[in-house]
Design a protein around this ligand. Sequence first.
Ligand code: GLU
Length: 455
Amino acid sequence: MTITRFAPSPTGFLHIGGARTALFSWAYARKYKGRFILRIEDSDIERSTEDSVSSILDAMHWLGLDYDEGPFFQTMRMERYKSTIQKLVDNGRAYHCYCSKEELDQMREEQKSKGLKPRYDRRCLHSGIKKDGVTPVVRFNNPESGSVVWEDLVKGRIEISNAELDDLILARSDGTPTYNLCVVVDDLDMRVSHVIRGDDHVNNTPRQINILKALEAEVPLYAHVPMILRDDGHKMSKRTDAVSVMQYKEMGILPEALLNYLARLCFGHGDAEIFSLKQFIEWFDFKNVSSSPARFDMKKLLWVNSQHIKQSANSELGLIVKANLDARGIRSDDGIDLVQVIDLVKSRVDNLNSLTYECSYFYQRVNISKEDKDKHLTAEACNILDTFAVGVADVQWSIDAIKQYIKDFCATNGLKMPQIGMPLRLKLCGTTQTPSFDMILYLLGKDEVLKRIRG
Ligand code: GLU
């Protein structure tokens, strides 16, 4: 069975690189009708926080990446890690090391001065000496010769010589297990078949494979997906870039648009740019995942978002917009049908905040800036509007009749369309940037139109 996992460390919010990894792991499990596990890697107690855990869970929920098992927490599995370490010691695949920091520093200096790569020289493995009063660390007895080879599903064949690998510490002197050991035991116990993660973990993989082999466990398949960089090719930073998934929610990005964009960033299927999650699951294949770093492009994300907004059901968008309007104290549930308003304005926006704004002027009194007033509501424009209002009273309220009235009004008074359009837009909506004004008139209704023109 295909079993994948997403294993974030709760040392901050869920960032977009993590969301992309979660998406790939989730989609792969869904494609092969397998299982997707969420595992919170909180073994680094100093840096893990409960706030981070909740923000990761919130972001997974918002993205709609549901998991079949978990969340599992490493801090709940300490006994299991400890017994595994003991087993490795008993089998001679790990050993106690009593070297002090000073000894290790000296060893490193000597190696460096001889032009050698600094690594633990295994003196405690060979001497078998115990030092009274010193609590040892446990080191992995890494194979000395040969190499570790795996066929990475994204990067292809990778081979690392064992000579390159140090005897990794598995347990600190206080007995707590270290990162790589926990990951290995978890992947083993959770029967993970495909480890899908960021390629910043490539260096851990040969170490983890060696530990798995020492435990006589089956080695999973690995897929290391590329980093997501800023559009200038630099690493993204929490300080200057929107890296948290939830920041995109704040910006009015739809979760399905963010996932579509993140998928497309590192994966291709012909020239398809806009696709649903269902479609992505069907298409997803590591063969079509790029192995080089991706560059994040906000403009492209907004374009993808605009396409998803266009494709979304008006009723679905209505729920989001209504909640946004409620949050701003604007009631939208009696009067003009929000779904119709959304239908009118949704093709004009690339985010849900703009969508909310474009809907808002249907439900509240409009404010007109002094600048707009001076420019568009001149004495002449106000006269035109007054005359326009008089005729409005007699219009049968249908789109066609409204269109006809506007046309006739311009013809009779020798006006060009913008001469009535601009002041009318401003009076009705508080802005001159609006969708077609015959539709606005229609949706607002005759009474409201007259109220706003005269108000
Ligand atoms: N906890 C690691 C991280 O957040 C992921 C480890 C893994 O996927 O193996 O980067």
